[in-house]
Write a protein that binds this ligand. Structure first.
Ligand SMILES: [Mg+2]
Length: 110
């Protein structure tokens, strides 16, 4: 559950999985950046050729929702892997970017 799991716990889960398979040599910044984009494309496939209403309605199907969740999980796992490889603190980079977004996009600007 998001309310009880920390980012540190997810990082450990992913890092342990990678280490147990000795995948570190394959987890280069290039490969992980490409993998994030590839998984994002797999997520987009679920909404290709349907309008926004149909796309939203498709998520009411629990099977579709599970498949979409799997693709989102793939994206997040690769994003966590990238953060591990690049020694990036996810909380710091998200909070920093959101602070900059606050300045770029003030509330009430439409
Ligand atoms: Mg996938």
């Amino acid at each position: 559950m998001d309310t009880t799991t920390t980012i540190a716990e997810l990082k450990t889960l992913v890092a342990d999985f990678i280490a147990a398979r000795q995948w570190e040599p394959y987890h280069t910044s290039k490969n992980l950046a490409m993998s994030i984009a590839i998984e994002a494309a797999e997520l987009m496939e679920h909404f290709q050729w349907v309008d926004k209403t149909e796309g939203q309605q498709s998520l009411e199907d629990q099977g579709v929702k599970a498949e979409v969740g799997d693709e989102l999980a793939d994206i997040l796992i690769y994003a966590i892997s990238f953060a591990l490889q690049a020694d990036l603190d996810i909380s710091e980079i998200v909070r920093g970017k959101m602070a900059r977004n606050e300045g770029r996009f003030p509330p009430g600007q439409g």
